[in-house]
Design a binder for this molecule. Sequence first.
Ligand code: ADP
Length: 359
Amino acid sequence: MAESIAATAGGQAAGTPGSGTDPGSEDSLIRALRPRNFGEYVGQGNVISSLKVAVQAAKQRAEAVDHVLFHGPPGLGKTTLAHIIAREMGVKLTHTSGPALERPVDMVGLLSNLEAGEVLFIDEIHRLSHAVEEYLYSAMEDFVVDFVTGKGAYSRTLSFPLKRFTLVGATTRAGMLSAPLRDRFGMVYHLDYYSPEELTRVVVRSAQILEVKIEMDGAAEIARRSRGVPRVANRLLRRVRDYAEVHGKGVATLPISRKALEIEGVDELGLDRLDRQYLSTLAVQYRGGPAGIEAIAATINEDSQTLVDVVEPFLLKIGFIIRTPQGRKATPEGLSHLGVDGSANADADADRKQGKLGI
Ligand code: ADP
């Protein structure tokens, strides 16, 4: 269930690939790539400036940082920021997730074990059950948990005091958070997709840590095809590294990067196989739409939540699909990317121009 991580100031040295038992494993490589302080974190300038002030002020007052909520698509750095806050504060972070906290007693157990100033990180916080979530309200606001004992006229409420902690929540679906929970966060930040320039910096930094020789245009190519997401950039870099070692004297040049990404099924715009499968299902089977998300998910045998969280936000951002009250539609740009004739779907464009975007 919950995993405790000592995120104190010192920590692992920069450039050391991982701290696990097997330093070469994929897991420890991924851990090594995680920025460990505000200085190493690329992009999201406004979020970082604001967080730096909050952390500095909390330190000066010797208090816990106010509760923070991060929302945005997967892989943009929400978990990383939670760890950075704990590390910059010099406190321990306890990592758990909404689905892992099944019963109120799980939540109460975690909360009562927190020391003053510590960070409790709840990933996928929108998936907390209502019963568990209710315990968070008084914990976040008054730093107490209330238990009700007995029934009816004999029931009594007992309050247990907690230390002042910081809750950091992360979600891909801010809209699914209840208003009472959302209102209890003192800071709410939306993380947006990264620019190709920012992702190039992520790729170059990761290449240094992984000791991969990379040319600037090779790094820029990986960045351009990473659909705005650092986690994708790091994954593609590892595939390019493999290909460069086997076919390119270990140097990630532009042609090597292009070839490796082509083999990975990542196209010019960064769309992968699942993105194209979604788009072509909508374009061909559903004649450009409108189609419901559950119908599309069933047709391609994929979890609808993955499509909503991972695939659709990027396709919406680049204007390849739109959401209307009737369902998803492919735009002429989306159809032409697939080489499909857009005439059957001319009304999608008309809707978009009229601003009927039920997003
Ligand atoms: P999320 O919690 O939003 O799904 P993570 O924090 O797990 O995303 O980030 C995924 C990976 O991407 C991290 O391991 C890290 O290596 C990389 N990453 C994320 N944000 C940044 C950033 N701003 N700068 C550099 N690397 C980043």
